[in-house]
Design a protein around this ligand. Structure first.
Ligand code: SF4
Length: 163
């Protein structure tokens, strides 16, 4: 007979890790890094129509302060890459990155010397959202998938290595 069977109704059993991870998914603080056309779709996602408050995201700011989710929307030029990396490093741990769109994920159609061929060359990416540009629904799908990832993560592994 397990402990659960001895407990009266109304008692919930779980682990601290599960509660903390659940809390993290309900209070993410996005740092919008809009760089090109994909940024317009990212901005739309945070408009009242899509109601990101449903996912615990009331505001998106262009600042690493307090942020734990960087959304890279658009192509990253080699000139912008060191700035993006520095801002990522300024975000407190634990932190996550979504590469939104073909350009942020792999350079898209810009296979040239000026564009970074994927933001994962400089920061670790957790979720890649496909499309050129992805619709707001696709970004929301990426955020929901990230939440699933966070729920399964180990707290001790929340410190990440830079790519
Ligand atoms: S993926 Fe398409 S829409 Fe997004 S930044 Fe690149 S060219 Fe623009």
């Amino acid at each position: 007979m397990g402990l659960e069977e001895r407990l009266p109704d109304g008692i919930i059993l779980t682990t601290a890790e599960k509660v903390i991870n659940w809390g993290r998914t309900k209070s993410m603080w996005p740092f919008g890094f809009g760089l090109a056309c994909c940024a317009i779709e990212m901005i739309s996602t945070f408009s009242p129509k899509y109601d990101m408050a449903r996912f615990g995201m009331e505001v998106m700011r262009a600042s690493p302060r307090q942020a734990d989710l960087m959304i890279v929307a658009g192509r990253v030029s080699n000139k912008m890459a060191p700035v993006l990396k520095r801002l990522y490093e300024q975000m407190p741990n634990p932190k996550w990155v979504i590469a939104m769109g073909a350009c942020a994920s792999c350079g898209g159609v810009f296979n040239n010397y000026a564009i970074l061929q994927g933001v994962d060359k400089i920061v670790p990416v957790d979720i890649y959202v496909p499309g050129c540009p992805p619709r707001p629904e696709q970004l929301i799908d990426g955020i929901v998938k990230l939440h699933e990832l966070v729920k399964q993560s180990k707290i001790k592994e929340s410190e990440k290595k830079t790519a």
